[in-house]
Design a protein around this ligand. Structure first.
Ligand code: ADP
Ligand code: MG
Length: 301
């Protein structure tokens, strides 16, 4: 019998999702060891051991716990990915955890995303020219941020003057900026599993904010994407290598085109509250993930 390991978030209805996943997997003849939080793991003699499970003996490790994974967890996740299949694949996951690397890969593949620049910290003086070239608006983003935290919108030269001393004081070696896209403060979140479209919804920013993140005051909106949006999300997912992805897309009003803002490797299931609002994709997504896991195990065998 095949056996997989799982670490899935428990808040926001995650515990119920986990139960359903385990039940459906079991119907497919796949046993699950859950709660494999690598925070509790150690490694010796060529084995990673988590809650008494020898991770290398599993057929696959499904890691799905958003928020900040610690460096320790990421380190073991990476090592494990050399021994057994991980879902998402560690390499793809690590790529999409980084905003610069993601945008870099999207652009390399001709996928529309905001213009960006990555600088060495000593080259900050260039910022003024860039600000002008981009029409006077840009965003400073920590490359590993989440939830809209740490983003700084720079709208004029005075704002830039104010942030420069701060940037000089930090010990980051590089910094990443993006052109501020003129958009209507709403976005699309497109869920993809195994190269297939699962669902679409959107979010709109809270009053007075330009960030659509729920944790920054945004709220869910029901919306139907046109085919262009879905196609863009599928392409973006493909080039990142993610098996499970949530692609964030906005509409650039100036260039009159859709752009990919972010590709998330752990897009949340709908919470019970969001299900009440009409987000009804959870079961579809669970089925697709179960099918995907079965496929991965077969490939391995
Ligand atoms: N280049 C941009 N132009 C306009 N708005 C942006 C841009 N980048 C991000 N935003 C807004 O800020 C939010 C958070 O940015 P994002 O890059 O997705 O970081 P996070 O990982 O914190 O969600 C986005 O959902 C979007 O609403
Ligand atoms: Mg985001």
């Amino acid at each position: 019998m095949a056996k997989i390991g799982m670490w899935l978030y428990q808040n926001g209805g995650g515990d119920e999702i986990q139960k359903k996943l385990i039940k459906k997997l079991s119907k497919e003849g796949i046993e699950t060891v859950s709660d494999l939080n690598l925070r509790n793991a150690f490694s010796r003699k060529g084995k990673i051991i988590c809650n008494e499970t020898v991770m290398e003996e599993l057929d696959l490790f499904f890691s799905y716990n958003a928020g900040q994974q610690t460096q320790y967890q990421m380190y073991l996740y990476e090592a494990l990915s050399y021994s057994i299949p991980t879902l998402n694949d560690f390499r793809a996951f690590a790529l999409t955890e980084d905003k610069f690397k993601t945008n870099y890969i999207l652009k390399r593949n001709g996928i529309k995303a905001p213009n960006y620049k990555l600088y060495h910290r000593d080259d900050v003086k260039e910022l003024k020219t860039i600000l002008k070239n981009w029409g006077g608006k840009m965003i400073y983003k920590p490359t590993d941020g989440w939830g809209g935290v740490g983003l700084v919108k720079i709208e004029n030269e005075q704002a830039l003057e104010m942030i420069l001393p701060f940037l000089n004081q930090t010990d980051i070696r590089y910094f990443y900026i993006e052109k501020f896209i003129d958009y209507d403060n709403t976005d699309y979140r497109i869920d993809i599993v195994d190269g297939k479209f699962i669902s679409a919804y959107g979010r709109k920013a809270g009053k007075g904010d330009w960030r659509t993140n729920i944790s920054s005051g945004g709220s869910i909106i029901l919306r139907e994407p046109d085919d262009k949006v879905i196609e863009l999300a599928l392409k973006a997912t493909e080039v990142t290598g993610l098996d499970i992805a949530g692609v964030d897309i906005i509409y650039d009003r100036e260039k009159e085109e859709y752009v990919v803002l972010e590709v998330n490797g752990i897009p949340a299931f709908a919470t019970p509250e969001q299900e009440k609002l009409g987000l009804d994709f959870n079961d579809r997504k669970i089925d697709a993930i179960v099918e995907l896991i079965g496929k991965k195990i077969d490939q391995k065998a």
